[in-house]
Ligand binder design. Structure first.
Ligand code: ACM
Length: 263
């Protein structure tokens, strides 16, 4: 199967522009799965909860969901994208997996980073694995979840073959850390980061691009530069993630000793 990572510079609080840019970038893409950045429909540097409410969507509803569902069906591919979710009076930093048959699944970011705690509630969905119509097992985690190895480990133990990882990265360590997450769990990972600098109400944050697709040994299959928009695609066999063999006497999962671990 073909998997792709999309990287661009969203405009803060401009959903129409962001959807137009995503649609443009996706227009000639032939792939089975594409992952986009965290909060890619809204931008990142919010200054009030009201701003977040103004652009948030209910899971499975709203302009961004409909536009991206249509593309998933038309292009016969699965799409993962990050968006601000509203549920009653709560806001979540969420990612949505839309399958080509219209089925969809939502993940709410578990580990909120820095100022996100001013606006969002910590996610309550846990780490679940979803199966595409083609039988591929997909898990999601969002950005700062990389810092907590339990996130990727839980997804891998639940059978994930591919971990889709929308990000808005500001720290420099994630791309290297994800090599370890791929390697220690023997899973493919797709980290989609945004680029550019955003300023709002005196707060300025720069994002670091370098989106990447890694194989089950932590090797780079495809990536993008630190400051350019685009899409990178790799051909993978997701079944490789079912093989946790390291040597004839070692298996990354069967050799675990959970009785001795403190988690
Ligand atoms: C982050 O979690 N957006 C750094």
């Amino acid at each position: 199967m073909k998997v792709s990572v999309l990287q661009f510079e969203p405009r803060l609080l401009d959903k129409a522009y962001n959807l137009m840019r995503i649609t443009d970038l996706l227009s000639s893409l032939k792939t089975d799965l594409v992952v986009m950045p965290e909060l890619c429909t809204s931008g990142y540097v919010f200054s009030t909860k009201e701003e977040v409410y103004s652009i948030a969507e209910v899971s499975g509803k709203g302009e961004a969901f409909l536009a991206l569902s249509n593309i998933a069906t038309k292009n016969n591919c699965s799409i993962v994208y990050g968006y601000p979710e509203v549920d009653g009076d709560k806001l979540y930093n969420s990612s949505m997996l839309i399958m080509p048959d219209g089925d969809y699944h939502n993940y709410r970011k578990t580990h909120l980073f820095n100022r996100e705690k001013l606006f969002f509630s910590p996610g309550d969905t846990g780490f679940q694995v979803f199966t595409t119509p083609a039988g591929v097992k997909i898990g999601m985690m969002i950005c700062f979840d990389w810092q907590f190895p339990e996130a990727a480990r839980t997804l891998a133990l639940s059978g994930a073959q591919i971990i889709c990882h929308p990000t808005n990265l500001v720290l420099p360590w994630c791309q290297a850390a994800m090599k370890i997450r791929s390697l220690e769990n023997r899973v493919f990972t797709i980290t989609s980061n945004r680029i550019g600098t955003e300023t709002n109400a005196g707060v300025t944050i720069s994002f670091t691009g370098a989106s990447q697709v890694l194989n089950t040994k932590g090797e780079l299959l495809a990536n993008l530069p630190v400051n350019k928009e685009g899409i990178a695609t790799a051909e993978i066999n997701p079944l490789e993630a079912n093989d946790k063999t390291i040597t004839e006497r070692n298996d990354a999962f069967k050799d675990r000793r959970p009785e001795l671990y403190r988690l």
